[in-house]
Design a protein around this ligand. Sequence first.
Ligand code: ADP
Ligand code: MG
Length: 424
Amino acid sequence: MEKAHNEILSALLTDIKPKIGEDAFKDWFGGADIQYNNGYVLVFPNKFVSEWVGNHYLGYINESAEKIGISIKIGIINQQIEVQKEKSNQKFSEDYTFENFVVGKSNEMAYEAAKRIASNTQIVFNPLFIYGNVGLGKTHLMNAIAHYRAKQFPEQKIAYLSAEKFMTSFIKAIQQKSVMGFKDEFRSVDMLLIDDFQFLGSKEATQEEFFHTFNILLEQKKQLIISADQPPSSLPGVEARLSSRLGWGLVVDIHPPTFELRVSILKAKAEKLGVEIEEEIIHYIAEISRNSIRELEGALIRVVKQSEWMNIPLTLTLAETVLQNFQNSKPKNAEEILKKMCKLMEMELETLQGSSRQRPIVRARQKAVYLLRSLTGISYTQIAKMIGNKDHTSIMYAETQAKKLKKEDPIFQSEIEKLEKELK
Ligand code: ADP
Ligand code: MG
């Protein structure tokens, strides 16, 4: 028995530790122990610690407990075990908050709408419908709304769940003949957030149930927030009367992030990880994925972890090595394109790679950079290497110049378009 307890304790703590960080872990879980009293209880040395942990880390504890297949309560060592008050409200992630959401052009509409709804208990628009491709921050924003609302208005009942969870709960309710309970649960909330709505495509019975819940909540002036990967009108398999209703309130989309936003987000994530990373490396990682912040985050974590595990400094070379799989075979292709481009422009590759500031050469470099970017999508750093080991910021500048000239100078524009055609 004793051993089993220890094993459970150590499994729990091992899982919690990386989530909250070394320091916080030492402070709050240093004196933790486990007891058994009609169920497992994670106990702490005194009331203060126990309450603090309950208020801040309960979500993580439950998550870890679920992983090892037990349920757990929180209490105080050697005291009659105090059972944690059952909070009627869900706990929302402390990671996906408004504070941690970096705002840029591509997501500011969605962010503003989310913020407004979170801080306003009077209905401004209903429902709020947020759509965008995977990995662009929809779940983050949804959670941020719920988190903020729950903090500011603790008396409100908020339900946040994925459409898939909505469906499985519904099916379970049917099987257990507890559909009334299910209906009550969702029809009595002040705010309902359904994530990844596209999942309900072609799930007729669940859509029907959702439609009723939706109408009742709307009538009662309760806030609904929906996310999906498509706008309401394009959701496949969603009934017309429902999809039209989903668009009644405010529909906002999240676009792929610009380079600048990707850089800002990576910097924010690096800071959260507690690592300092050179600008050049951040820029390199920012090019790994243009369409998914989740992928960017994954790339950053890989590089950071690799440097930690191997105990070596985080350099550009390390980042390139770790992330080379992400880059596919693009660079090879890019070399060919560059060579062909030089031929077409009647310019030696060596000249392009040199340091001459003569106008025709500068122009050729600008075209080369622009086309390499638009045709292959390789990173500034990689282009910098290909054209004479230049600084990656000068490559970024060359691209900006090319974009500007393309707008302002018809000759430049026609030359670049001609090249583009021949290269494709
Ligand atoms: P989606 O639900 O649209 O697929 P997520 O909300 O799960 O995307 O976001 C994927 C990851 O990217 C999450 O870790 C999230 O924190 C992060 N992320 C997305 N957008 C931002 C942003 N604007 N600022 C900071 N992190 C972001
Ligand atoms: Mg999501």
